[in-house]
Design a binder for this molecule. Structure first.
Ligand code: FAD
Length: 401
């Protein structure tokens, strides 16, 4: 049996950033990261929009707001130091008609309260920044940027191993057992005895919480986000990042245009129930996952409350024309023939039994175990700071050992 001071479940960007921060703070600590896939960053981290979020949207003082602001700076510094390409290209959040102005104003106020450099701009300035965007007013956020989180994740994995940490791939954690002063983790790569455990298993984190004997308090519901990519002849329609005013009822940002650091422009995502926790295509069905969503009172309550929005999202999933229609609100010149399908992502969204979508990051502390049960966007931007936060909680006990 392998013995370690800390076992981290999940080799996505947050798990690896936690291992990286831990070894930075306590270089002598023994750290093992267990990842069930054969490579790191295979799920949410490898399927996201690649945006370095500024922190403009989040409730001041929330974990999202604080960690996004500090995490973004840390991410930029890390990329600079490690020579990972990123670009601070700026973004516009666009009110397409007068009815969206009060919500736009709220976002602006949050941005100011969170210390984000942002500016309200009129139609003429919007036309200078994004000549093809349609709006009556907008917010210009010059400090938003783009990066390749899969590359960041791969570099974090290298740094963790160079600092003496162990990365076990093809290592699915199947069972957790509490012993005096330790946890025993059963995995597909053998047993591990760990003094402390960090659970960052993304789409499966609530199952790990349950396996550790704690009631998670919220279930992960997988929401697939589908994308199209602009064909090269339509790249001129988006210079950088064009976002709508999001519906404040949901933690999703609405379909947007994202220039990618690797080149090209992505459009999306929508948000539909995935029939499997890792269901990247409509035909991917896992009966356990699907039954887990459909029989969960929280999901049923949420669906009853938001069925109209849900059908709209599903319709955009089935009909390219409807998807294009949503995009045309922001960029009227876009046509169906400008778009080709791009890979989808699946968000791990925690939903409470009363049907609420958990908005903030959710950290649950147990005995010698820390779970992160909700780490949706902007957790990639914030990952290095979330890692630091988890290490601050763990370090005092680790030093005593
Ligand atoms: C469509 C989409 C767009 C997004 N856009 C952005 C964006 O532009 N900017 C931003 O900041 N954020 C964005 N996000 C959010 C961001 O990608 C995630 O918050 C972040 O990647 C979460 O990282 P993670 O390490 O927590 O999870 P993951 O990347 O999902 O990693 C969890 C890992 O745990 C592993 N695992 C699960 N169960 C087990 C087990 N039992 N044993 C061992 N390993 C296990 C999985 O294989 C996986 O690799 C987006 C997300 C999505 C889905």
């Amino acid at each position: 049996m392998t013995r370690t001071d800390v076992a981290i479940i999940g080799g996505g960007i947050v798990g690896l950033a936690t291992a990286f921060r831990l070894l930075e703070r306590l270089p002598q600590a023994r750290v093992v990261v267990l990842e069930k896939e054969r490579e790191v960053g295979a799920h949410q981290t490898g399927h996201n929009s690649g945006v370095l979020h500024s922190g403009i949207y989040y409730k001041p003082g929330s974990l999202k707001a604080v960690n996004c602001r500090e995490g973004k700076l840390a991410m930029q510094e890390f990329c600079e130091r490690e020579e990972i390409p990123f670009e601070i290209c700026g973004k516009v959040i666009v009110a397409v008609d007068e009815s969206e102005l009060p919500a736009l104003e709220k976002i602006y106020e949050r941005g100011v309260a969170n210390g984000v450099r942002c500016e309200k701009i009129d139609r003429a300035r919007l036309a200078e920044l994004e000549p093809h965007a349609n709006g009556v007013e907008a917010i210009w956020v010059p400090e938003a940027g783009i990066v390749d989180y899969k590359a960041v994740c791969a570099r974090l994995a290298e740094k963790v191993q160079a600092a003496g940490g162990t990365l076990l791939t093809n290592a699915k954690v199947t069972k957790l057992e509490r012993r005096v002063g330790a946890w025993i983790l059963e995995s597909t790569q053998g047993e591990i005895e760990a003094g402390f455990v960090v659970n960052r298993a993304g789409l499966h984190c609530d199952r790990i919480i349950r396996a550790s004997g704690i009631r998670p308090g919220a279930r992960i519901i997988p929401f697939r986000g589908e994308y199209y990519e602009l064909k090269p002849e339509a790249h001129h329609l988006c210079r950088n990042l064009i976002y709508p005013v999001p519906d404040p009822k949901f933690p999703f940002l609405g379909v947007h245009f994202t220039r990618m650091i690797q080149g090209g422009v992505e459009c999306g995502p929508n948000a539909v129930l995935a029939f499997a926790r890792e269901g990247y295509r409509m035909r991917d069905i896992n009966l356990r996952d699907l039954a887990g969503s459909l029989t969960y009172p929280g999901f049923l309550r949420m669906a009853a409350r938001h069925w109209k929005t849900g059908f709209g999202e599903m319709w955009r999933s089935i009909s390219k024309r409807a998807f294009v229609h949503a995009l045309q609100r922001l960029v009227p010149d876009i046509r169906e023939e400008h778009l080709e399908p791009a890979p989808a992502g699946v968000r791990a969204q925690a939903v409470t039994p009363d049907g609420k979508l958990v908005d903030d990051f959710l950290i649950i502390e147990g005995e010698r175990i820390i779970h992160l049960n909700n780490a949706p966007s902007p957790a990639a931007t914030a990952s290095l700071n979330i890692g630091r936060l988890v290490v601050e909680k763990l370090a005092p006990s680790l030093v005593e050992v």
